[in-house]
Design a protein around this ligand. Structure first.
Ligand SMILES: *Cc1c(COP(=O)(O)O)cnc(C)c1O
Length: 435
């Protein structure tokens, strides 16, 4: 199959993808296994990806594209890194799953607890959704309280109690975000605006002694990248500690993305519980929740808080995760991925400025989002006020120029240790064509 760089030679550049999508739509809702993949936010039909190597992906029509989605974050070592392939293949050949303890789990648990000091013990699960859902159960059991607090625009997986981001204003009680989530499931979920410590203080003043946990993405990534304002995380730490509530950092995205020790290392704020996923599975389904030893000791079989999983701690996923964490720990590797993100963000800003286009690029570590907005984005309301149509236009222009961006303005772009000088030049050319 000929490899083209997003150039239409009079042939529909996505003919094969279009045919595959029609087949997919007949047998899968919306033709996809996860909603945002369907290009609903940007229009058009999704590309079917057939191959990945380093920072590049090739679609079913043979178009080669620079990938800034990286499976929504996990592939910080790039696609099919030879070392990850080798380690995962060796684990696979050795037996794909045992449903019994294996050494690879211990190795990954030791590495995670070594890198993230607040995480003294971990329990492995298979998805970020499962990790957060289980951590909330633990927080409620450990405190004997029901209420949980989340922030608008933060995503914590699709479990019922957390599928609530609707409502606006200050300290509204959450409304379900999806049919099928009964009001009772979110009756104890309180919703606050991100980066608004005054609203959190007000809520704690009223019902602080009913709150089991505050859940927060310490750098929001699921409304586009929105960093915490100075004092926000520190303030949540103080409020929860004072009220006997737990602070839960959902680092499923930020873990190893904003800093090799997670957002908690970057900002120096220590949560009671942490959820991890994405990068730690190296492209396989693996996630974890962990934290203070006295809390994790309440998880079964050591304690009475039940949680289990047939494929949890899967050896192939553990091996891929370990290999990935080893690769980014090599001297200068993680910093390379960060530098690429810095330079890409700079190029975007410079080009937009020269062309008089309102654009604000927000970056922390190896993740960034271009918001078509002329001021900083500090919360979900700001994110929604950015120009989504301008983003969709930019997305398609970049796609035509051979750069695969997230197909939604509310997502982060990710880089990897394989994003190099060549791919940066390719990116720069695409930006000059698109902005
Ligand atoms: C991706 C994500 C999740 C959900 O993880 P899945 O593996 O998709 O279930 C939860 N929280 C955050 C912050 C995420 O970015």
């Amino acid at each position: 199959m000929a490899v083209r760089t997003g150039v239409s030679n009079g042939v529909a550049p996505a003919a094969v993808s279009n045919v595959l999508f029609a087949r997919a739509e007949a047998v899968m809702p919306g033709g996809v296994s996860s909603p945002v993949r369907a290009f609903g936010a940007v229009g058009g039909t999704p590309r079917f990806l057939a191959h990945g190597a380093g920072p590049w992906v090739t679609d079913a029509d043979g178009n080669r594209m620079l990938d800034l989605v990286l499976s929504w974050g996990p592939l910080i070592a790039g696609h099919a890194h030879p070392y990850v392939v080798e380690r995962a293949s060796a684990a696979l050949a050795n037996g794909s799953s045992f449903g019994a303890p294996c050494e690879l789990e211990v190795m990954l648990a030791e590495r995670i607890t070594g890198l993230i000091p607040s995480v003294e013990m971990v329990r492995f699960v298979s998805s970020g959704t499962e990790a957060v859902m289980s951590a909330v159960r633990l927080a409620r059991a450990a405190t004997g309280r029901r209420a949980i607090v989340k922030f608008e625009g933060c995503y914590h997986g699709h479990s019922d109690a957390l599928l609530a981001a609707a409502g606006s204003g200050v300290a509204t009680l959450a409304l379900p975000d999806s049919p099928g989530v009964v009001p009772g499931a979110v009756a104890d979920t309180h919703l606050l605006p991100y980066n608004n410590l005054a609203a959190a203080t007000e809520l704690f003043g009223r019902i602080g002694d009913e709150i089991a946990a505050v859940l927060v993405e310490p750098v929001a990534g699921n409304m586009g990248v929105v960093p915490p304002v100075p004092g926000f995380l520190e303030g949540l730490r103080a409020l929860t500690r004072h009220a006997g509530a737990l602070l839960l950092f959902d680092e499923v995205m930020t873990g190893w993305r904003v800093h090799p020790g997670g957002a908690q290392a970057l900002y120096g704020v220590s949560p009671d519980l942490t959820t991890l996923g994405k990068v730690m599975g190296g492209g396989f389904p693996a996630a974890a929740y962990g934290g203070r030893r006295d809390l994790m000791a309440q998880v079964a079989p050591l304690g009475s808080v039940y949680q289990a999983g047939t494929l949890s701690g899967n050896p192939v996923a553990m091996a891929a995760g370990l290999a990935t964490l080893e690769l980014i720990a090599a001297p200068g590797a993680w910093e390379r991925a960060e530098r690429w993100a810095t330079e890409a963000a700079y190029m975007l800003c410079e080009r937009a400025q020269a062309r008089g286009i309102p654009l604000t690029v927000q970056r922390v570590g190896t993740m960034f989002t271009p918001f078509f907005s002329d001021g900083p984005v500090g919360n979900y309301r700001d994110a929604r006020a950015a120009d989504g149509i301008a983003y969709a236009r930019f997305f398609h222009a970049m796609l035509d120029a051979g750069v695969y961006l997230p197909p939604s303005p509310f997502e982060a772009c990710f880089t990897s240790i394989t994003h190099d000088a060549d791919s940066l030049l390719h990116f720069e050319r695409a930006v000059r064509q698109s902005l």
